[in-house]
Write a protein that binds this ligand. Sequence first.
Ligand code: FE2
Ligand code: FE2
Length: 425
Amino acid sequence: MRILIAEDDPALAGFVKKGLEAEHYAVDISADGEQSRAMASEFDYDLVVLDLVLPRLDGVAILRYLRTRKPSMPILVLTARSRIEDRVQCLDLGADDYLIKPFSFSELSARIRALLRRSHLPAESVLTIEDLKLDRVERRVERAGKRIDLTSKEFALLEYLMRNAGRRITRAMIIEHVWNLSFDTCTNVVDVYVFGRWQPVDSVRAAVVALGLQRMRDIAVSCSVLTLLPGHKTVVDPIVFWEHSLGCALVCRQFARRIGFSDPGKAYLGGLLHDIGVVAHLWVLPNEFQKAMALAQKNHIALHLAEKEVLGFTHGESGGMVAEHWHLTPDLISVIEFHHDAVNAQQHRDLVAVVALSDLLCRMGGIGYGYVEECEVNFLEEPAFAMLIEECSGLQTFDWARFTLELEGYIEEVRRLVGVLYRPK
Ligand SMILES: [Fe+2]
Ligand SMILES: [Fe+2]
């Protein structure tokens, strides 16, 4: 079951989320009133935990709005306002329960269970497939009458699969619903997506409020990459190039954060700039580069391999020279030069490996250069992967298989994001 916590105190929201996830709920957090209202009306939450004091739109307004749109959605008000009048007002407006801060988590959890029991018919709360039974309210799983203990994620996965029994489920769907990746990602890709759908960003201030200054800066820097391309028509569609660069930047940063890399911002920049050699080729060698691109498209091979054949060198090599000429920092120069030849990088090998792997994941995930590359890639057998493990010994025990699965789902999100930002309907 999915719960939305509308709460602007990050520590409190994090604490409640952690506790509820331990009880097998899928939990989303929103710290902003307008965003909470939008999320609660768009998605089918089983319950909303609502703080009354929220930026941009207060809880009472959200409550009033949701009651007209979603009369049966359980709403539990969780607030520091302890006056009788506040309680009466909220209950009159349709809140199903009212809990005053400070509160004990066990009481909150019990009240949530009680609300869910009331709001779900027994048929909805217990899923049954043959002898397998999953009680969504009591959070119990039994097979042939024997209780099975599952972790939160296992429970959520089983629940999701049982609810969709007989339907085709993609990895991306599982990632989104079970791992909650959309809402956990540091880029808050879905926030951007959600915001873009409900409310046009009509001023810089509105954009900053909605997206956060950091993300606005990222977007501004990212868009400036587009201005590097020649103005005339080229063999690479500027949007395709931008998508690849931005996609790679986002994946790099996510990747860097998940493995505890020291500077995710630098990884983002590395991803964004790694292919500036392609830009150089478009400017300086347009005809030769066109031939290389045609060969790559015809044979469905990686662009750098086609360049090597036609030009005798790759965009990595020429990009390295451009980067030096531009006096970029040595780590970025290394990334740009060696992202297709990671094993030969002498310096900043961890950053190079992060970008090399992210680039590969993007290309394999459909955020490449506008054509399909046909090659079998096993991420875990890539030389750059071995390099990364070598550079960061703590990663040996990391759950890579699951992480690569997550990244694949993340790439779907990135594709959706760039679609929203750059391919408006
Ligand atoms: Fe490249
Ligand atoms: Fe690339």
